[in-house]
Design a binder for this molecule. Structure first.
Ligand code: FES
Length: 157
């Protein structure tokens, strides 16, 4: 095959991938809010935090896991991070929730409910609401662990 043919092949493939991605994006927009798509595509605060003051870990009933890391100064959250093997909405939830808790006291963070997170994301489809519950439960598990010996919560989100 001549070089230009191979290049044309790549061009066709790139165009195919771009077309496919735009169709997927279009379809996602009919299901999810702009905010969910934005947070899921560019999640913030993803990763482990070796010097975390406290962590939380929850295995959701859907089979996905979320882990939360909080760094505290006194009882105030100065840094939050998360990891998950879950779906796109879970990434969006972790990203938004780690942003929401930044600067809050642990007591204030403990008042955040799944509905607050869903509202901050401009809504989630009903079938994804449990992803917000998983994220908030993971935060609550971290808050719980702050008060006592670390525990994993399983199957409650
Ligand atoms: Fe499991 Fe979203 S599907 S957390």
């Amino acid at each position: 095959m001549a070089d230009h043919e191979q290049e044309d092949g790549y061009d066709d493939f790139d165009a195919f991938v771009a077309q496919l991605q735009s169709e997927i994006d279009e379809q996602a927009r009919t299901i999810y809010s702009e905010k969910v798509i934005q947070e899921a595509n560019n999640p913030r605060h993803v990763g482990s935090m070796p010097d975390a003051t406290v962590r939380g870990l929850v295995h959701g009933w859907c089979g996905d896991t979320m882990e939360f890391f909080l760094r505290l100064e006194g009882d105030r959250i100065v840094e939050a991070a998360f990891m998950t093997d879950g779906c796109g909405p879970t990434l969006a939830c972790g990203s938004m929730l780690t942003s929401m808790v930044h600067g809050l006291s642990m007591a204030e963070a403990g008042e955040i409910m799944p509905d607050d997170l869903i509202a901050a994301l401009d809504g989630l489809p009903e079938e994804s609401e449990h992803c917000a519950t998983l994220a908030v439960s993971t935060l609550q598990n971290a808050i719980f662990n702050w008060h006592g010996p670390p525990r994993e919560a399983t199957g409650s989100a």
